[in-house]
Ligand binder design. Structure first.
Ligand SMILES: Nc1ncnc2c1ncn2[C@@H]1O[C@H](COP(=O)(O)OP(=O)(O)OP(=O)(O)O)[C@@H](O)[C@H]1O
Ligand code: SF4
Ligand SMILES: [Mg+2]
Length: 318
């Protein structure tokens, strides 16, 4: 069994909105990730996936909880002490259009990452290293002198991937790396990420909307709802035996390629919108949309508990 590389314990991120209002974007997030593992993180827009990823990376200071990386609680480190860890964990961003500085060439976008950590020692070495990295992700070395606007969405995301990998990280948060891309190239980028993971022994937290894609890439999957993890299991277990009504609804919405199986599968349509994280429901956060909700669900918060070996769910009736 590989060692635990990332151990997130009760991490929360609350945003102060003024007027005394607090938006609890991430609440009591607990998750461990083994070295070499891919954990998928899924949930509707606004449920807190990006905020969780950014807080794990300490791009946001957590409101509570800790993030233990390779045995060290990085939330307790000074900025200076943290710098070495910053290199070891990187993030690939959701929007390849907004995340690259349009005024810099690809050489400087990637070179900047190398400079911050003092990884190359001469201009020639820097350039050589950038070209090598571009080729690693399937781009041409000549692309180094071009600007972001000269690339397609898929190529830009490859540049974003190159920038993240330039500093030789161990752990990478991939925040919906394909959601802004054409469907036709999504699979190429996902396959590239899987290939790079093998080649470079990376550990991934893979954020996505699309459950079918997450199953394909992940060893385990965590499902988030309104800032909280509501279910966590191995991919297979989650898909074959979902225990939380929210996960069951998400899975029922995946189109079934086999028409005879599709007839048997009943689509669970969730009524109502996602409640506001500023004013979440009492008790179970999912109760306003849950087809199985009871009085107990309004009164008591269901804790995330292990319902069977390695399978966790936050539902009173799981
Ligand atoms: N910097 C911020 N200040 C205040 N509120 C924020 C901030 N960032 C995110 N939020 C709020 O926190 C909640 C979670 O947002 P987040 O972007 O983490 O969701 P998400 O799951 O990544 O959504 P998507 O799938 O659309 O990317 C949302 O209600 C959002 O409006
Ligand atoms: S605790 Fe109640 S409301 Fe929440 S998911 Fe379970 S049955 Fe539904
Ligand atoms: Mg997001």
């Amino acid at each position: 069994m590989s060692k635990t590389l990332v151990d997130i314990q009760g991490l929360s991120k609350h945003f102060q909105l003024g007027g005394g209002r607090v938006l609890k974007a991430v609440q009591n997030f607990t998750l461990d990730i083994k070295q070499g593992e891919t954990v998928g993180l899924v949930g509707e827009s606004g449920c807190g996936k990006t905020t969780a990823g950014r807080t794990i990376m300490r791009l946001y200071e957590p409101t509570a909880g800790s993030m233990i990386y390779d045995g060290v609680d990085i939330t307790k480190l000074s900025k200076r002490q943290f710098k070495a860890y910053r290199r070891r964990m990187q993030m690939i961003f959701q929007d390849p259009y907004a995340s690259l500085n349009p005024r810099l060439t690809v050489l400087d976008i990637i070179g900047e990452a190398l400079d911050i950590h003092g990884l190359t020692h001469s201009k020639a070495e820097r350039k050589r290293r950038v070209e090598e990295l571009l080729e690693l992700v399937g781009l041409n070395a000549e692309h180094a002198s071009r600007y972001p606007h000269e690339f397609s969405g898929g190529q830009r995301q490859r540049i974003g991937i190159t920038r993240a990998l330039a500093v030789q990280p161990e752990f990478v948060v991939c925040d919906e790396p394909i959601s802004a891309l054409d469907v036709s190239i999504q699979a190429q980028i996902v396959n590239q990420l899987i290939e790079l993971q093998k080649k470079l022994s990376l550990t991934y937290l893979f954020v996505a909307h699309d459950l079918s894609m997450v199953k394909y890439v992940s060893d385990r999957v965590a499902v988030m709802y309104l800032g909280k993890i509501v279910e966590l299991a191995t991919s297979e277990e989650l898909y074959d035996n979902p225990q939380h009504p929210y996960t069951q609804a998400l899975l029922s919405a995946i189109p079934e390629p086999d028409p005879s199986a599709a007839r048997e599968k009943e689509r669970i349509v969730l009524s109502g919108d996602l409640p506001s994280p500023i004013n979440p429901p009492s008790g179970c956060p999912f109760r306003t949309r849950c087809p199985a909700a009871t009085e107990k669900c309004a009164a008591e918060v269901p804790e995330l508990r292990e319902t069977r070996n390695g399978h966790w769910a936050a539902c009173h009736y799981a």
